[in-house]
Design a protein. Structure first.
Length: 396
């Protein structure tokens, strides 16, 4: 490792204090709005809280996926970027702190949790063995145990490697990565069924778990790309991280976002072609009133805009373009979660009043606070990873 890298990038970054203060003010304002929303309309607050919870959780899971993928395939090019998703993977335990409105508001979100509704619905009675509150909460806990175990084994251990050095952790991570990847995919799939698909318990789709899984991957890569682009433009990443490294990030973002669109279209096409009432009901909710407009916006904004923006080779190495495309994808990912949740919970058109303002503001504040907090404590590079030198000298 060169002297320049060890001198400049083996220590935590010194970030402007003003950035932290702005994030704290933003969080305080959003918390006031959220508190007022809870008193104003509890059902609306709980629905928005579910979207916020899923947004922060999917960002954290997407970052953990990126870390796991590197160890699973033994990639070197991504080692200089790995500290970024490691830092934001802490959103997984943070999201657990924001899950309380979902847990305490379960009866307002999930029809199957209401005993009276189950007693008068033969379909819900057949699903009661799986869709019941105690089993739901047990699965909820199990999912987090799996994800927190992965966070501890792959992320926290990487932080300790910065101090202890050596290759023991890296060798162990190569063994843990593939095993955890399987657990990750299975747990995320079932969590998607529990937390989103069961909002409409009469509807089901065998593709939905994969849809959510790929959306999580897109969110993690988009957040990593955005932060890496910002840090590079500010001169906070070494010169040895070049256009070739960013090309891989851009290509991965392009590929995964296209895969998300393909799976979304495949689900819609199969349901449209079969034309079964218990399947089409879900799209009928999103094809009426104002939801039709949001559905069309989502198609254009989440797929066509990033697809065209990153289609050329040069666009995948343009840091300014990568920065805004990644930010755009993160915003549309939030819109996608809103589109998945709210029509299933509230039998009315989309609402973007002051009650909803709290949640995107809080999401932005928490992500910004996590970045400032963690980057001021940890080096921006995994400085003791034995593969870092090879990663820094990666070329296409």
């Amino acid at each position: 490792m060169s002297t320049r890298i060890a001198y400049n990038f083996s220590q935590p970054l010194q970030l402007p204090e003003a950035t932290r203060r702005k994030a704290l003010w933003l969080f305080a304002v959003s918390a006031l709005f959220a508190g007022a929303a809870a008193f104003s309309d509890w059902g609306r607050f709980v629905a928005g809280s579910l979207v916020l919870f899923l947004f922060l959780l999917t960002l954290g899971l997407g970052c953990l996926f990126f870390v796991t993928l590197e160890y699973t395939v033994n990639a070197n090019w991504s080692v200089p970027f790995r500290r970024i998703p490691e830092i934001f993977a802490i959103l997984i335990p943070i999201s657990l702190l924001l899950a309380w409105p979902v847990v305490f508001g379960i009866h307002g979100l999930y029809e199957w949790s209401v005993a009276e509704a189950v007693a008068h619905d033969p379909i819900l009675q057949k699903k009661e063995a799986y869709l019941n509150v105690p089993f739901y909460l047990a699965r909820f806990a199990f999912f987090y145990l799996v994800w927190l175990a992965g966070y501890q084994l792959l992320v926290r251990s990487s932080f300790r490697q910065d101090v202890t050095g050596g290759e023991a952790f890296t060798k162990r991570a190569f063994k843990i990565g593939p095993v955890f990847m399987i657990l990750f995919v299975v747990s995320v799939t079932f969590a998607a069924f529990d937390w989103v698909m069961s909002l409409v318990p009469h509807w089901y789709s065998s593709i939905f778990g994969i849809y959510m899984l790929v959306g999580i991957m897109v969110a993690g890569i988009a957040l990593t790309t955005f932060v890496a682009s910002v840090l590079k433009l500010q001169g906070r990443l070494p010169d040895s991280i070049t256009r070739d490294h960013f090309y891989n990030l851009g290509a991965l973002l392009f590929a995964l976002n296209t895969a998300w669109a393909y799976i979304a279209f495949a689900q819609f096409l199969l349901i449209w072609y079969a034309n079964l009432p218990h399947e089409t009901i879900w799209y009928q909710m999103r094809g009426q009133g104002g939801w039709l407009g949001i559905s069309l916006v989502l198609v254009i904004a989440h797929f066509f805009v990033p697809f065209l923006a990153l289609l050329g080779r040069e666009s995948k190495t343009n840091l300014l373009r990568l920065r805004w495309v990644a930010a755009w994808v993160l915003i549309t990912h939030g819109l996608d979660l809103y589109w998945l949740v709210i029509p299933s919970v509230r039998n009315q058109g989309p609402a973007f009043g002051w009650q909803e303002i709290a949640f995107p503001l809080m999401a932005a504040a928490i992500v910004l606070l996590v970045g400032v907090w963690q980057l001021s404590k940890k080096p921006v590079l995994a400085v003791k990873d034995p593969r870092l030198e090879a990663g820094l000298h990666f070329h296409l």
